[in-house]
Design a protein around this ligand. Structure first.
Ligand code: PHE
Length: 397
């Protein structure tokens, strides 16, 4: 469309230059007497001419403004064609002609009104259509580049841990972060008076009066040892990743929320050798073949014997000395870094899940994912995992 406006405004003017149309307009401006019409039989031809003019002009009403001009030209109360016909033909008509003129005028009025209304609808639809065309997607434009996210480092490390354990026959299970004291403590052989509860101070939920039991945020993933053994019969080999909570004040190595992976293997003849072999395999897969490992005696109410598991310091290669000759700050010169707690499942625990301690044995471990991530990637503040600073997160795409 070259001149969308020009065409619709120009059309009536151009039309007015043609004789017939000129005549038609002129005719409605004259009386019947002036037009030398005196017989009713002459009336239909007169109106047919008007109608033909209307039908051809209506096509020029192409957009809203030309449609309005067209409507006013025909239906305008003072000088619209139909008003002129009423004034010039009908009103002064002789009684002999009046009836025929009235009838024809009614017919053409109905035709004009309905056609103009139809035209309005199609002009509106056309406007919507061309608006649609304007909004159409241009496939040749470059696409919208959406910034791609990536997994949080904790999630990445968790995935690495899972891959290693799954490859040696463990399956992954998850459990609730809101626990009962029974699963978090009692069934793990930690009765209410036990001093170890002091290390695991946590958050209790405010429950409505009359709640059947207190609820707390789990302090470790160990409750899932119990829940798993309640549900499954040996052999059991699972790891349990998840969030845990403790009422710790935040510092470089403490956070009130952190992540653990629990491990549990119970079968008819699992020994301490299976345990060390599994753990050493994991550590070497995770940190690399160069790391050395060691156990130290420790204590957990739900394992017996219990150990603390150490790896040779990843930062100084186990030498204990830093590059500048001083003591390595990470392992404080010892050459070892404490990694996690573990042990053989205490027979007392089997009593809570109706396993026969004479028939089964197994091992369990609980490692901090945050701690493993900090060691592997040389991060010295646990808080960065929870601050959501993209400058940190972007370093681990
Ligand atoms: N649940 C213990 C903790 O959070 C770790 C652990 C798990 C120790 C399993 C022994 C066996 O400290």
């Amino acid at each position: 469309m070259l001149f969308p406006q020009g065409r619709s405004t120009a059309a009536p003017q151009l039309g007015a230059m043609f004789d017939t149309k000129m005549e038609a307009r002129n005719k409605s401006e004259q009386t019947l007497a002036a037009l030398a019409v005196s017989e009713p039989a002459q009336i239909p031809a007169l109106f047919a001419e008007i109608r033909a003019r209307f039908d051809s002009e209506v096509l020029s009403a192409e957009d809203e403004s030309s449609w309005k001009r067209f409507r006013d030209a025909w239906l305008g109360r003072k000088s619209g064609v139909l008003a002129l016909i009423t004034d010039n033909w009908l009103k002064p008509a002789t009684p002999q002609l009046k009836r025929a003129v009235g009838q024809e005028l009614n017919q053409i009025r109905a035709h004009v009104e309905s056609t103009i209304e139809e035209r309005r609808k199609s002009v509106e639809a056309g406007a919507a259509e061309s608006a649609g065309a304007r909004d159409r997607v241009d496939l040749s434009l470059p696409g919208v580049l959406r910034p791609l996210g990536s997994h949080h480092l904790i999630r990445q490390v968790l995935q690495q841990i899972e891959d290693i354990f799954v490859s040696i026959g463990f399956s992954v299970v998850e459990g609730p972060e809101i626990e009962t004291p029974y699963y978090n403590f009692e069934a793990l052989n930690i009765p209410e008076f036990h001093p170890v509860r002091d290390d695991m101070d946590t958050f209790y939920l405010q429950l409505p009066k009359g709640a059947p039991q207190p609820l707390l945020l789990r302090t470790h993933t160990s409750p899932m040892q119990i829940r798993t053994m309640e549900k499954r019969q040996p052999p059991v080999r699972v790891i349990v990743p998840g969030k845990v909570y403790r009422r710790d004040n935040p510092d470089a190595t403490h956070s009130f929320i952190f992540h653990q992976v629990e491990g549990l293997a119970v079968d008819s003849d699992i020994t301490f050798c299976d345990f060390t072999g599994t753990i050493e395999y994991f550590v070497q897969q995770f940190f690399g073949p160069g790391v050395k490992t060691r156990f130290r005696p420790s204590y957990f109410p739900f394992t017996e014997p219990s150990v603390e598991f150490d790896v040779s310091c990843i930062f100084c290669g186990g030498s204990g000395s830093a590059a500048n000759g001083g003591a390595c700050s990470k392992c404080k010169g010892s050459g070892w870094i404490e990694l996690f707690g573990a042990g053989m499942v205490d027979p007392a625990v089997y009593g809570f899940v109706k396993y026969d301690p004479k028939k089964v044995s197994g091992f369990a471990f609980g490692m901090g994912i945050d701690r493993l991530a900090m060691l592997k990637y040389g991060i010295d503040d646990i808080q960065v995992f929870f601050q959501n600073d993209v400058r940190f997160l972007r370093q681990f795409p």
